[in-house]
Design a binder for this molecule. Sequence first.
Ligand code: UGA
Length: 440
Amino acid sequence: MRVVVVGTGHVGLVTAVTLAAIGHDVVGVDNDEERIGGLRQGISPFFEPGLQGLMEQMTDAGRLRFDVEVTGAVQGAQVIFFCVGTPARASGEASLVALERAVRSVAPSLSGPAVVVEKSTVPAGTAERLWRILRLERPDLVDEIEVVSNPEFLREGQAVEDALHPGRILVGARSPRGFETMRQLFEPLIDSGTRFIETDMATAELAKHACNAFLALKISFANALARVCERAGADVTAAVDVMGSDPRIGRAFLDAGLGYGGFCFPKDLQAFEHLAARLGYDFPLLREVARINDEAVEATFEKVKDALWNLEDKRVALLGLSFKPDTDDVRFSPALALAGRLLNEGATVVGYDPWAGAAAKSELPGLEVASSADDAMADAHCMVVCTEWDEFRSLDLRRAKALLAHPIVVDGRNIFDPTTMKEEGFVYYGTGRASHRSAH
Ligand code: UGA
């Protein structure tokens, strides 16, 4: 099928590349000329495992191209995805300005039967609004245009894998034709066993917000439990394993640590709460989830303070700066929240990340960025694990101890074994589990 993807951010680019990979003829459109220039030279604007290679293959195969101009691209397209950003306004409400502009800019170029797909995460009712806009802009095509909601469930760092082997495909539509076109589009994935879920548009939109909010809730539950475990002398990792062994609960997203970050959970939670309030329902549980998440950073900060006392004249090494492993994304990264907190209290903070160093530096100029974990740890008074990259799990602990000025480790992601850390002579602070406040 002929497909246009408007917006080449994380979701849009992965969508464009993987739709090409399952056999479609795709044009990725973005009004950012520099980005399109880079994409035309085969350069992905962000790091995502497997994306660059697949993008090159699809471009070489002639099934994927990029354009700044939407008019030509849309001519004859059967499916047009909208993957533009929906950032939070100061109030927390999702800003849908870019989405409205994008849809209005495409409307005049629509020429015949086409399905307009809302892929961005948006408040319930947005697809209905898009439908109204299209009806007003193109009354001549009312019977030919469909609007559907097709929320994405991609995880950064696993986005290509998630797009090619999704857990489910969710489509909210107004008419059988919308479902039919989307079934046709995703046929190769449906044939290989992916569940295709059909709902109305508002339900699909709401379900996406509900999924992200519930996952964030699980993480905050684990973090609140960690606070209690720390006080009770219990082990949160063992406790959530017990919880997770009950299939009604499930073990996923119960890892306590520095909390969740990224451009989805914090923003979507706020937008969801805002939507509920607008509809006349107060949903304080969502505020509490966010509060516990902030508390997770604060609890880690307190451990550093407990270990170092005054932070002035102290050097703190942070391992991991991205909001989670396998991405260079630092948006709403708990690691940077912690770095900011430490810098405000007068510490010198030096961070290392396999991919996100440059992005972290531009977000937080006061942060020193080292080019290796060794360089970050050299002469630091304390090391904090902020993001659980594999590289840190296999850290040479003896070498780390020799490099650090003091053998103090605050494990914000519970990647080390407390007993081993004790045996190796570290002062070790876990998250929600045993801490060893003396080296031996
Ligand atoms: C999330 C959802 O998982 C995707 O399904 C969804 O499509 C996406 O948001 C979106 O709405 O676009 P993502 O933000 O890429 O994906 O990251 P996750 O893997 O969900 O992790 C989010 C945060 O939670 C990370 O900071 C991670 O470190 C943290 N986390 C995750 C925990 O602190 N504990 C856990 O047990 C799991």
